[in-house]
Design a protein around this ligand. Structure first.
Ligand code: NAP
Length: 273
């Protein structure tokens, strides 16, 4: 089975961070783009930036939509994909509200699921019928979707559900020669991470420890290389793939390290108080 060249891509969350970095790499290769997000202003700013970089012939359509609304997604993204079919769909729109389970709320859990899981489902349901044969689809999950981590009972649950959903779709859409990948980035330097750092519990910070924060361009580059190689799980960087391998081979060791780090952090906090 062969990939067709990527001539037209639709990216939710295309106005910022990882989605915008992917849009930039694709625009550089001459791919026409449909960028989606809620804020029209951020979308137009992103589009201006790309046109400035790659010239006035850069073909970009921006569409304001909240992915958690099925009605909006069907009406706006479904009809756009139907009007002109696409070769690549990247579902990058997402959010995070970190908190220990004890401090988490039903409202935050529900919103996280509505955006990260149902939002992705809404987009897939509306757009997949218009992804061309030989095309590709990427669900943006997270390393936190592969390794359950303190502070991510909502986020990690939504992102691991995307791994499960992606695995089923990988199998189903192989029959249509559409490749499905799940991207699982570690911490990446984007506005989402900058916002999250302000609320991240100290234990979550200790667990992410000295792990290298990637640039969104590195993540986007790994994503496109992963699609070309027809990888299913794409984990950008070096530390993430090693950690995932270790967790599969000796989970008890990874759990022990994580539990000790969490306990160490609590001891340290008690001493400070
Ligand atoms: N940064 C990290 O460390 C990291 C690590 C692993 C995975 N990820 C995942 O990577 C994806 C992109 O994150 P990022 O770090 O690039 O974040 P970002 O820079 O904050 O970008 C998020 C994008 O999603 C859009 N968005 C958010 N909620 C939306 C909604 N309800 N409907 C439509 N669009 C929405 C935002 O635009 P509007 O706000 O205008 O809607 C923006 O374009 C997310 O799924 C995130 O969970 C990030």
């Amino acid at each position: 089975m062969k990939h067709r060249s990527l001539r037209r891509a639709m990216i939710t969350g295309g106005s910022s961070g990882i989605g915008l970095a992917a849009a930039s790499l694709l625009a550089e290769q001459g791919c026409s783009l449909v960028l989606a997000g809620r804020s029209q202003e951020r979308l137009e700013e992103a589009s201006r930036k790309l046109v400035e970089l790659y010239g006035p012939s850069t073909d970009i359509t921006v569409l304001s939509v909240d992915v958690s609304s099925r009605e909006q997604v069907d009406r706006v993204l479904g009809s756009e994909a139907q009007r002109q079919n696409i070769d690549l769909l990247v579902c990058s729109a997402g959010m995070v509200i970190p908190a220990s389970f004890e401090n988490s709320t039903h409202k935050d859990f529900t919103r996280t699921m509505e955006v990260n899981l149902y939002g992705t489902w809404n987009v897939l349901k509306a757009v997949m019928p218009f992804v061309r044969e030989g095309g590709a689809v990427v669900l943006v999950s997270s390393l936190a979707g592969l390794i359950g981590t303190y502070g991510y009972s909502a986020y990690g649950t939504s992102k691991s559900a995307l791994v499960g959903l992606g695995e089923v779709l990988r199998n189903e859409f192989s029959l249509k020669n559409i490749h499905v990948s799940v991207l699982c980035p570690p911490d990446t330097d984007t506005p989402q991470l900058q916002e999250e750092q302000k609320q991240r519990p100290e234990i979550t910070k200790a667990l992410s420890g000295n792990a290298r924060v990637l640039a969104p361009e590195q993540v986007a580059d790994a994503m496109l290389r992963g699609i070309r190689r027809r990888q299913f799980i794409i984990i950008p960087g070096l530390q993430g793939p090693l950690l995932f391998l270790l967790k599969r081979l000796v989970p008890s060791l990874v759990y022990r390290i994580m539990d000790r780090t969490a306990a160490g952090m609590i001891k340290k906090e008690r001493k400070i108080v």
